[in-house]
Every structure is written in structure tokens, then in C-alpha cells.
Ligand binder design. Structure first.
Ligand code: ADP
Length: 169
């Protein structure tokens, strides 16, 4: 048998670790972009220890917004919501980390900013439900679907960071 050099072994371990990590789709909606909150929002995910693996700024078409929110098509606010999402630039991102789907929702706060706790993104930075500045996938299935809708596979970057061993031990 061949001895595997320690450095190679560690690299493989890191790659495996990165490949198994959970991912979620996060979008800063047009209100968040126009209000200059991009860095503020990114910083909250980054400081927590989550890793940014995809990012772009786009103006979604109304049809695209309808696809993104297809689950809500029966709701009375659906049309206004899709008009709004397609009204200007959106920052689309994929964040990676242990428990990022559920904890990302915690960082974001309740849908209605009046009910979001202080300390959450919506609690600290928004007031009304129709202008709640950020979207985050609500579960593993929607995360997978939304990442696929917004990004091509080659736009997702897998990498390991040296901070990981300090974040995860
Ligand atoms: P979340 O974004 O927290 O996952 P939902 O999936 O229920 O919440 O709704 C999607 C988006 O639709 C919300 O973020 C909000 O922008 C908008 N929305 C939800 N409820 C209302 C409402 N009653 N009136 C206007 N807009 C709403």
C-alpha cells in the first residue's frame, strides 16, 4: 500500500467536507438594493461563518419572478409581489454552511417585519411585509429548486477556506 502524504490527505478531507455542506438561496430584493443594504446583509451571513459560493446582480423579468414565487400564485398579493421583484436589481446569492437553510431564515426574521425580532435582518431593517428586503429558501427542496432556477451549475464555486477549521473545529 502507498502512504498518503499528510497534506494530500487533509486536502481530500476538506474537499469532502465542502461537498457535503448544505446550501441555500438568498436574494436581496430591489428595496434592499436601493436602500444600500447589500453590504449590511452580506456581512451578517459572512460574520456568522457561512460561506458565499455564488453571487450576481440581475433584474429579473416578471415571468421569472412568477416562476420564483409560483407557490404563491393563488395569493392576492402575488401580482404586486412579482411586479415588485422585477422592478429593479436583485442580488442573488448562494450561501453554504451547516444548517444554513434553517439558520438563514432565523437571521432573516419573520415574513412580516412587524413580527420579526430585533436583531434579525427584517426586524432591524424593514417595517412592512411588502418591502421586507430579503428572500431566503424555506426548506431543503425549495433551496435546491431556487438555486437551480437562479444559477447555472458553473456559477457555483466550491472552495475551502482556512477559517473553516476555526468555525467548525
Ligand atoms: P417569506 O419571504 O418569509 O418566505 P412568504 O413565502 O410567505 O414569506 O412570502 C413571500 C413574500 O411575499 C414575502 O417575503 C413578502 O415580500 C410577500 N408577502 C407575503 N405576505 C404578504 C402580504 N400579506 N402582503 C404583501 N406581500 C406579502
Amino acid at each position: 500500500a502507498f502512504a498518503v502524504p499528510a497534506a494530500v490527505y487533509m486536502l481530500q478531507e476538506q474537499e469532502v467536507h465542502a461537498a457535503e455542506m448544505e446550501r441555500t438561496f438568498i436574494a436581496i430584493k430591489p428595496d434592499g438594493v436601493q436602500r444600500g443594504l447589500i453590504a449590511e446583509i452580506i456581512s451578517r451571513f459572512e460574520r456568522k461563518g457561512f460561506k458565499l459560493v455564488a453571487i450576481k446582480i440581475v433584474v429579473p423579468s416578471k415571468g421569472f419572478a412568477q416562476k420564483h414565487y409560483h407557490d404563491l400564485k393563488e395569493r392576492p398579493f402575488f401580482n404586486g409581489l412579482c411586479d415588485f421583484l422585477s422592478s429593479g436589481p436583485v442580488v442573488a446569492m448562494v450561501w453554504e454552511g451547516e444548517g444554513v437553510i434553517k439558520y438563514g431564515r432565523k437571521l432573516i426574521g419573520a415574513t412580516d417585519p412587524q413580527k420579526s425580532e430585533p436583531g434579525t435582518i427584517r426586524g432591524d431593517l424593514a417595517i412592512v411585509v411588502g418591502r421586507n428586503i430579503i428572500h431566503g429558501s424555506d426548506g431543503p427542496e425549495t433551496a435546491k429548486d431556487e438555486i437551480k432556477l437562479w444559477f447555472k451549475p458553473e456559477e457555483l464555486v466550491s472552495y475551502s477556506s482556512n477559517a473553516e477549521k476555526w468555525i467548525y473545529g
